[in-house]
Ligand binder design. Sequence first.
Ligand code: HEC
Length: 129
Amino acid sequence: MNWKLAGVVVAAALALPAQAQQSGEAVYKSVCMACHAAGVANAPKFGDAKAWAPLIKEGQAVLTAHAWVGVRGMPARGGNPNLTLEDFSKAVVYLANSAGGKWKDPDPKMLASIQAEEKKRIAELAKKK
Ligand code: HEC
């Protein structure tokens, strides 16, 4: 990468600080609703207990990590690179709980489990290539 380009990338990163500490509902409304309200591209719909039951069964750490990394039509980080893992996780909780889940906003222990699952998932995907 040439240095001028690197400077532009750094400036762009600084101009877009991570949006920390939003509620799951707020993140859902600003980022996820675009697809998960109507079920765009077969996204499991908000409140659809049948669609979410098998996903909730995967467990909070695994499901959150897979969604964070991206899966088929689901873009990594819901397509918003500025989301923190914590805020993204809260939005997953908000979605799961709309459809029968009883998850809690992630504590540091849960966030660590999600990050461990994220590493596993990335390694798995790299193997498939
Ligand atoms: C551009 C559309 C789009 C946006 C925006 C989006 N999703 Fe999704 N999401 C999808 C689609 C499509 C699927 C279904 C993927 C599949 O299984 O083929 C999905 C699946 C999921 C799943 C299940 C993943 C799995 O392992 O099957 C979760 C959890 C999820 N989304 C959470 C979120 C959260 C949280 C946000 C917001 C931060 C979000 N999504 C934003 C399209 C979107």
